[in-house]
Design a protein around this ligand. Sequence first.
Ligand code: HEM
Length: 418
Amino acid sequence: MHDKKASPVPPAPPLFTWEFASDPYPAYAWLREHAPVHRTALPSGVEAWLVTRYADARQALADQRLSKNPVHHSEAAHGKGKVGIPGERSANLMTHLLNIDPPDHTRLRRLVSKAFTPRRVAEFAPRVQELTDRLIDGFADRGEADLIHEFAFPLPIYAICDLLGVPPEDQDDFRDWAGMMIRHGGGPRGGVARSVKKMRGYLTELIHRKREDLGEDLISGLIRASDHGEHLTEDEAAAMAFILLFAGFETTVNLIGNGTYALLRNQGQRERLQRALAEGDEGLLATGVEELLRYDGPVELATWRFATQDLTIGGQRIAEGDPVLVVLAAADRDPERFAEPDTLDLSRRDNQHLGYGHGIHYCLGAPLARLEGQTALATLLRRLPDLRLGADPEELRWRGGLIMRGLRTLPVAFTPED
Ligand code: HEM
């Protein structure tokens, strides 16, 4: 499939335009075929390598010579906040899992894993169901809704706030800060930086309060774990809470948004899932959510990596200090790895997609994301069985951020609930 003899080579498609944001997959197919490790200027002006084939992507994600720490970037761009999460530097939130390497990464990941266990996530299932139903109650009798604003957006923010132990009366502030991040994630960074700063101030104060009065929440769990021998500085605790919020929020919004959209555009698959759910078979829901992650996942590009030495990826020489971006969305459509990669098949077997990453930075929140994604999609299809798109797909707009892929709005129509 990757045979370069298939000439003549069509011209390189433009990257990072509006057309690209609404459907990047043809451009990724071109890159996989003709320039699988491709150097390009990003919208921010920073030059980076894009890795698009599955085998190279998987290898790069696990390659310890690629550091997550922006101090290894050859340009001074990182000091100007051009790489990484907007505002994290000025808010002193750099010491989180996605910016650090072993041994600090190993220590912090072990610590948070003690507090964020699969059991804790499983115990959280009834609460996620309750939140999901409450949000659907808000629009079910109307016959129409914008599923991003009324459903996909609030669900993960309330869920992660609950889990962290943010009191209910403060959760709407988080909703506003998160809204600012998601609206401006790919645009002007000033508003995002201000929201991140406010969040930082709030989290520092919350950690102090929890220290005085430990509860059963995740922040209390982190404090407890750090009191039992493992060391966690105050900056690290705030950065940990921040990355859990940040990594767990827009990703899940997009899993629900992109996932629902893909189902509404693939009627056969959606009917199959509805039938399975009606028969009490949850197996297709589990494989289906994995397939939705592969087919149109929330994280288009994995977060930044920097070469700590000269190295080679897929035959291409990369110089020390160069940034490398692994394009998960391209790797997960690689025909060398997945049969009929552009087809949505909810029962796909052998689906080792890279939607949650790979290696030591593999998504810490995957069990929670699965719980939220499965609960949200199953409940929507059960309660609103004739759910359909309320707009022409051509009219839908995708957010043009670098890392994330998701819809700005998702208008739907359905028969109102009695
Ligand atoms: C890491 C995807 C939901 C917390 C990652 C990475 C990916 C990812 C691709 C690796 C990034 C890299 O290697 O550069 C997703 C997707 C989600 C999701 C697709 C939803 C569908 C969540 C949730 C949480 C979370 C709900 C937490 C509540 C994290 C954390 C990391 C991470 C803390 C960093 C882990 C580390 O560096 O050791 N996620 N994520 N994620 N994710 Fe998720």
